[in-house]
Design a protein around this ligand. Sequence first.
Ligand SMILES: [Zn+2]
Length: 143
Amino acid sequence: MTIFLNLENVDRRLTDKIIKELEAEFFPNDNNLTNYFKIVYHESASTVEDSRLREDNRASIRGIELDEKDKQLDLVKQKVKDILVRFAIDNYVVTLDPHSLNEIVILKRSEAESTGALHCRHCGMEFEDQIQLGNHLRIHYMI
Ligand SMILES: [Zn+2]
């Protein structure tokens, strides 16, 4: 089983930063044996042999694949959220792909909101309506 983290909607400059953080979080020492952490490119780019060219072609990154049980989906999602919160990246949210059992997507906040999902700016938690979000927001202002 694998978990796929879709980064296609992420701004190119931000992709680098996020991947670096994901590596710090998930990349195991023995990755060359386990192939646990894998960057997934679009088909067209994966045929590019020149690594420098590929480096230039960050926009062709589809996302990260982790060789992880789908049970861990929420845990991985939470860790990705923590990364966005740590870097105060509040124009993006982390959500599960409703069409897939093992896919996490980083979306622009505006895109996520257009589908009706609301995410707390402070901790990334998801809500279905403004009232729930409003109630939740209070906990951040209590202290
Ligand atoms: Zn919150």
